[in-house]
Ligand binder design. Structure first.
Ligand SMILES: O=C(O)CCC(=O)C(=O)O
Length: 264
């Protein structure tokens, strides 16, 4: 039996690994609510003509939208989490309780971003992230803490969950920038750097959440399954902290990743 002193607190785990997995932190009924809203919004934007003939299923509807109307798809990814159900997830006691435990500041001083949807379908590589650290995207921002969770279903390794590198948060690595047409901007850290760390596939269930440090190295896993993997992302930014040169109004224009994680 482990000695009590050997059991690490979430804070110790976060400090050592750069991430923690909080089981059952988000109520599943809220996730199911956002799932239904996402489906309804996608159907509405697709319209009755396009919806005809495709399976009555959120995954197929979203896939069709992604193929036929990228702007509408980005709207769904950007706005599905901004309903009251999305805000209820952002502020749910389970999630705030863990944030309170692992970060040293007053949790109510954190400024959450709009809850965005991340889409990982086999064929949509334009929307997959290579190895990166959030701090590269949020340059000039005061500290931020990041959360990631499955939205539509429980995840296994073959579903291509996010991959995090254990203990990689102690350094900000250099990166190469690539602007991908109609895709994500990659601030790519070399594969050889990621290989120096244990890579953890975040194969977690609905209700569980990965909370990760702004310098935790992470990427999109390969989705080998027939279904898309959809997750929610909320970033909590400590805007009141000092960081040299930081001006919220200036950053807002540049900080697309900050305002919403809508995928374009
Ligand atoms: O869900 C993924 O595959 C990647 C998510 C990600 O890169 C992020 O949350 O910054």
């Amino acid at each position: 039996m482990p000695q009590l002193s050997q059991v690490k607190s979430l804070k110790e785990q976060f400090e050592e690994d750069g991430f923690v997995i909080a089981r059952g932190a988000i109520p599943v009924d809220l996730l199911a609510h956002v799932e239904r809203q996402t489906y309804s919004l996608a159907k509405k934007l697709l319209g009755p003509t396009e919806t005809k003939g495709i399976a009555e299923c959120p995954f197929e509807t979203l896939r069709t939208l992604e193929r036929t109307d990228r702007d509408a798809f980005a709207t769904v990814c950007g706005f599905s989490g901004s309903s009251l159900a999305g805000f209820a997830i952002t502020t749910c006691p389970g999630l705030l309780g863990v944030l309170r435990e692992i970060c040293s500041r007053e949790v109510f001083d954190l400024f959450p971003t709009l809850f965005g949807l991340f889409w990982n379908d086999r064929s949509t590589t334009r929307l997959h992230y290579d190895w990166h650290q959030e701090t590269s995207y949020y340059q000039g921002y005061p500290e931020s803490i990041h959360t990631w969770f499955p939205l539509f279903r429980n995840l296994k390794d073959e579903d291509g969950p996010m991959i995090v590198c254990r203990g990689s948060h102690k350094e900000h690595f250099s990166f190469d920038t690539e602007f991908i047409e109609n895709g994500l901007t990659q601030l790519r850290v070399r594969q050889s750097i990621a290989e120096q760390f244990e890579q953890v596939h975040c194969s977690i269930s609905r209700g569980d959440v990965v909370i990760f440090h702004e310098r935790c190295l992470h990427s999109t896993g390969t989705n080998f399954s027939a279904l898309p993997r959809i997750s929610g992302i909320i970033r909590y930014v400590a805007l009141l902290e000092d960081r040299q040169g930081f001006r919220p109004h200036m950053q807002r224009a540049a900080g697309k990743k900050m305002l919403s994680d809508s995928q374009q």
